[in-house]
Design a protein around this ligand. Structure first.
Ligand code: ADP
Ligand code: MG
Length: 918
């Protein structure tokens, strides 16, 4: 959690002899506890005390100090004022709340100390400034309220678009939901700041936990805040139980935003109830290990599943796609509605391309609409809005006459907002400026008074220009000029040498080194007309613009609906484009708990690796249908084990019949490192998620049984970066699976049990598999290097063994990345060692040891036996081609074989070999 700097440490130490500015600093700091304070001093924003220390790290600023000579120098850092935006963004992204304190008067004109006030408090969750927002990502503010009744109220809002949702949860569900929403800021009651249950949920970097005082959570006040905002007398119309904990969370959230924003929140027009169970539940650890929206190592969007899927052409589409990926559906009809639309778009690629061309030209209508509703839209924003609206008739025409339900519905919902567009177009000039302060916003002809004022101003200016010509001729002063400045308006200027020729009616106003400046009553009269006309024109323009904005704001709901249609069309067209480009197929969804994927590919590796180099694999998971042994050959079962030459048809391009048998609910995948085990099991989870979000998937054919939850756990050694308590983490997560998975879930276990000693690990993995098989009865893919687990197929009927095909190639081995049936070859490691050139005696000895380990390892009752250690005969030693006292011999002797896995044994052998080669 990014902790805001402590109030006390920031204002401490309270040094004496403070300058008035520093006194003001401390005062402002006290008024904004928990915020990093950027304090404007001249051309710089300065940071002091703890803020300076924290920010110098985050921003890479040099940490210096004020009053260097004093015994208590104040830590200080700063940056030039024009760099504010960039630094502000960095602080927000790092999860800080920032208060910006500006100078409220011109230092040159100020008498005494310059007045300074906080003009904005920027927090990660309440951002609306586009410069600080990522257009392709939603930015949520969440609020958590554990009620006395035992449920937890959760609400979340995207301030930049107005999407506002609430729900009540069991406490145990909170972590999953927060993982799904990924808020950038989360409000919680102050007294829970150090609560052990909440703290870990807020521990994600980039998430700011914001404590709120007890009175912010008064149920009644929260409810009435919502009612007041929505202007309703009940929340039932929105399908929300007014007594739910979620209402308290939502009310507290709304009040916080009001406090931070200080502007209209009219775009928040609805509070949506969220019902769990309508979407596939994916917990945080699973999201992380499957790299759905971010990679594990870099924490970046690049190379995540999202980045691969994202073919959208608008930021709205990109945000909705991320939303779909975070909330795959569980309702088959709803999924098929999306798939139908994607399919129709894949069939007509011209149509799809045309849609995308139009969408690519639209601006971010969602965020623009929110800006209009909150009164923040600039003239240029309304210009972008109308330009986007202008594209709609073309889009609607394209969408007309489509077959599938979803595209038809989207077409019907696409409101052209023709009146709004007509009003904007009639009111604004074609290329409106960013600001209203200099005028030039309103189209000529729109307002008679404005046109008159403009004429007046223009006429006045023309008169002045004519006056200059007339006077310069009359006086014979070709260099006589008319100028203008803010202090005394229009003036006539001549060089000092010509001043003698100036007639008496000219009034001297200013004498410069080489010029003299004069005014005349006539000039002043017109000046007055010009200036007043200009001033009035601008303020009239501002009025007209504000009225226009209000008028557009009244259409917020319809504009939002249109924006939602655009984003959905964008996502569907993007998924269709991806499907066509990457050769995806439409998955068939079923309620049977099965997984039948023919020639499936890992979506990320498939796209990143050179085309055609990723080896497709089948997945057949679920209750066996007796097809096994019925003689219907499958490409998989035809493939032979690792030692033989691979089957001639490998990798198979045969269309795989959907009749190929399933082998039960649980697959154990064994094999050496780098063979492709992890890739294979993750791919199964990723394809299920993609199918349930309504996407085509990289496979030749697929039937996907709807999953209610997906769990993916990665064993300790695969997560190198983390600390040493990984085994504890691994077991906690495994416990969660065993406690919350159902027979509809899909469980992916990758090397579970590695974080402890071999026997512990095997035993735990063994018991976990039994429990999943017997009690939970869910689909499970378990990649493991514990060869012992392959024995489980003997006692668990719904379990099958799989391994990864490998080919010897001269002195090398080649991973074929093809998943084939059967356990991995046990002596595989020793085999590799032999190829690697280990002395034959060593290889033979290793085989003896292995045989011993295997025969004694597990007795009939499944108990692990510790094999006897054999002492080597002198003969054996002598027959090695090394000196008897060679250090390797000593090491070999002291090797604790019981503690070695086959892989570790292989590594040891390799070490010895290297040592011998020295
Ligand atoms: P394991 O879990 O067995 O150690 P991984 O699944 O991590 O192996 O795969 C190791 C590497 O092998 C991957 O990074 C990828 O480059 C390659 N690989 C895995 N599966 C395939 C495949 N089906 N086709 C092509 N390359 C693959
Ligand atoms: Mg692996």
């Amino acid at each position: 959690m990014s902790q805001p700097p402590e109030k006390t440490s920031a204002t401490n130490p309270a040094p004496h002899n403070l300058t008035p500015a520093m006194e003001r600093y401390l005062e402002v700091k006290r008024q904004n506890p928990g915020s990093i304070l950027l304090f404007r001093m001249g051309d710089f924003y300065e940071l002091f005390f703890e803020d300076a220390v924290v920010s110098s790290k985050v921003l890479g600023l040099t940490l210096t100090s004020r009053d260097k000579g004093s015994p208590n120098p104040i830590p200080m850092a700063g940056f030039p004022y024009h760099a504010l935006e960039g630094y502000l963004r960095k602080l927000i992204v790092a999860g800080h709340r920032v208060a910006v304190c500006e100078q409220m008067e011109d230092p040159k004109l100020a008498k005494g100390m310059i007045k300074r006030e906080v003009t904005q408090v920027v927090t990660p969750g309440t951002l609306t400034d586009e410069a600080l927002l990522d257009p392709r990502e939603s930015n949520f503010l969440a609020s958590v309220w554990p009620s006395r009744a035992g449920t937890v109220g959760l609400a979340w809002l995207e301030v930049s678009t107005g999407r506002f949702v609430t729900t009540d949860l069991e406490p145990a569900q909170l972590a999953d939901e927060l993982a799904r929403i990924r808020p950038s800021e989360c409000l919680h009651p102050e007294h829970l700041t150090n609560d052990e249950r909440l703290r870990p949920l807020f521990a994600r970097s980039g998430l700011l936990a914001t404590p709120r005082a007890p009175w912010c959570w008064a149920e009644e006040a929260c409810r009435s805040a919502l009612l007041k905002h929505f202007g309703t007398s009940t929340l039932e119309g929105m399908d929300i139980d007014a007594n739910s904990a979620g209402v308290t969370a939502a009310g507290a959230l709304l009040e916080y935003v009001q406090e931070m924003q200080k502007s209209s929140l009219a775009h928040i027009s609805r509070l949506e109830p969220y019902r769990r169970g309508t979407s596939l539940i994916i917990d945080e650890a699973t999201r992380a290990s499957l790299e759905l929206t971010r990679t594990i190592r870099e924490g970046k969007r690049d190379n995540s599943l999202l980045s691969v899927l994202d073919e959208t052409v608008s930021p709205m589409g990109a945000r909705l796609l991320a939303d779909w990926l975070s909330n795959p559906l569980t309702n088959i009809a709803a999924i098929n509605r999306r798939l139908d639309a994607v399919e129709e778009l894949t069939r007509d690629t011209m149509f799809c391309r045309d849609l995308r061309e139009i969408l690519a030209e639209t601006y971010d209508l969602q965020r623009l609409t929110a800006k209009v509703a909150t009164g923040r839209a600039s003239p240029r924003d309304l210009g972008s809005l109308t330009r986007s609206l202008a594209l709609l008739p073309k889009l609607k025409a394209k969408l007309a006459g489509r077959q599938c339900e979803l595209l038809k519905m989207l077409e019907a919902d696409l409101d052209l907002n023709a009146e709004i567009r007509a009003v904007i177009d009639a009111t604004l000039v074609d290329e409106p400026p960013l600001l209203t302060t200099d005028g030039g916003v309103i189209r000529p002809g729109f307002n008679g008074t404005l046109d008159e004022l403009r004429d007046l101003a223009r006429g006045g200016k023309e008169w002045i220009a004519g006056y200059q010509a007339k006077e310069s001729e009359r006086l014979g002063l070709p260099n006589l000029k008319v100028g203008f400045n803010k202090v005394f308006g229009y003036y006539l200027e001549v060089t000092a040498a010509q001043a003698a020729k100036i007639p008496p009616e000219y009034i001297r106003k200013q004498t410069l080194k080489n010029q003299e400046r004069f005014i005349t009553p006539e000039l002043k009269e017109y000046e007055d007309k010009v200036l007043r006309a200009e001033e009035r024109a601008i303020s009239l323009e501002q009025e007209l613009f504000a009225a226009l904005r209000e008028r557009v704001a009244a259409a917020t709901a319809r504009l939002k609906q249109t924006a939602d249609v655009l984003s959905e069309v964008d996502v569907l067209a993007a998924l269709a484009t991806l499907a066509v480009n990457q050769g995806y197929c439409r998955p068939e969804l079923t309620t049977d708990p099965i997984l039948d994927i023919s020639e499936g590919r890992h979506p990320v590796l498939d796209k990143l690796m050179p085309s055609g180099s990723f080896v497709p694999n089948d997945v057949r998971l679920g209750k066996g249908q007796g097809a096994r042994g019925e003689g219907r050959g499958t490409p998989n079962s035809e493939v032979e084990g690792p030692h033989s030459e691979p089957h001639a048809t490998l990798p198979s391009n045969d269309p795989v019949s959907s009749l190929t048998p399933r082998h039960g609910r649980v697959q154990l995948i064994t094999g050496p490192n780098m063979a492709g085990k992890s890739t294979y099991i993750r791919q199964a989870a990723l394809l299920t998620i993609m199918a349930q979000m309504g996407s085509f998937i990289p496979a030749s054919e697929a039937r996907i049984g709807i999953a209610d939850r997906i769990f993916a756990r990665v064993g300790a050694s695969d997560e190198l970066s983390k600390g040493q308590s990984t085994f504890m983490v691994e077991m906690t997560e495994t416990a969660r699976i065993l406690n919350s998975a159902s027979d509809r879930s899909l469980v992916i276990l990758d090397e579970i049990g590695r974080g402890t000693s071999t026997y512990d690990g095997i035993s735990l993995a063994w018991a976990v598999t039994e429990f999943l098989h017997d009690q939970i009865r869910c689909r499970t893919l378990f990649a493991t290097h514990y060869h012992e687990l392959t024995e489980l197929t003997k006692t668990l009927p719904e379990t099958s063994n799989w391994n990864v095909a490998i080919r010897e190639h001269g002195d090398d081995i080649v991973f074929l990345h093809k998943i084939v049936e059967g356990p991995a070859d046990k002596s595989y490691g020793i085999h590799v060692a032999k190829i690697a050139g280990l002395p034959r005696d060593v290889v033979e000895r290793a085989q003896v040891v292995l045989a011993q380990l295997e025969s004694d390892h597990v007795d009939e009752s499944g108990k692990v036996k510790i094999p006897e250690r054999k002492t080597r005969s002198r003969d054996r030693q002598r027959s090695l081609f090394i000196e008897p006292d060679h250090p390797v011999i000593e090491k070999l002797k002291s090797l604790d074989i019981e503690q070695l896995t086959p892989i570790a044994a292989l590594q040891k052998l390799n070490e010895f070999r290297q040592e011998l080669a020295k």
